[in-house]
Design a binder for this molecule. Sequence first.
Ligand SMILES: [Zn+2]
Length: 321
Amino acid sequence: MTENAICSYDIGGSKIVCARVAWDLSLVETGREATCSADFAGFCEQILRLADQSGCAGPLALSIAGVIHPESGIIHAANIPAVNGRRLALELSALSGRAVHVINDANAFALAEAHCGVARGHDVVFAAILGTGLGGALVLNQRIVTGAGGTAGEWGHGPLPVVSAGLTNRVPGAASLPQLQCGCGQTGCVETLTGARGLERLHLHLSGTTADSRQILSQWHQGAGAASDTVAVFVDILGGALAQVINIIDPSVVPLGGGLAGDAALVAALNGEVNRRRLGAAGRGAARAGGSDLLIAAVEGGERGLIGAALFARQAQANAG
Ligand SMILES: [Zn+2]
């Protein structure tokens, strides 16, 4: 067994990846299986078995798709019912006899990007996940900001911005976007019409046709009129929501994760929209050589959650020591 290593997990609703992460962040994947998401005892047994399998005797570090309350440690994870409402770190620690650290998956992504990704060397980092839905995280001076309830950086759950006048004149339906129910319990959230599923809902509303997000983006790349209208409205509302967060936090870089961040043309369009709405954009452009873009797609790879969780555990262990 390796003492000087962290047993790190990337836990989603459908699968768990486990890895042994050394103190220098070099990583060896040691397990990958379907998440035992329905029952807590089975979930814990799975975590402990994967720890044994990793050959690592150090702390457990879990990146998980859920909100963790910073004081109580109670986790809210809609996609993983087994752990929903549990004090996961405390209970796993009692079962394993090890230190256990649990971090939200967007926070793990952001921490990894700030340490060794596209945001390396930056002190103020806002990371945005453009996946099925939206996620986000705030890292200041290489430390995650959790906020009072663990939701800092979650930017998808406020009202949709008003669509720009030029677009409402050009695209029928853009002036009256539907107020849809959001998973958070509110209606009309930014997330309901952005992210990959939101793009599909927006396209259905504006064009009356059903297509998945990849098809819509592909049609847009080919210059199709209906998809171009949809993406124009999408960039307007998503860029507007992003610019609002950016104007509050004033990060020096915004790493983008999630499937939509893999579309370079979409990222370029969002950069254009954000720059148009960003306070002091002209001065910043002059100050930087070449006026580099604020939004930067993270390098593809599934190890961000594993690295971010290990970093979080490393910081917690250093504080405890
Ligand atoms: Zn919401």
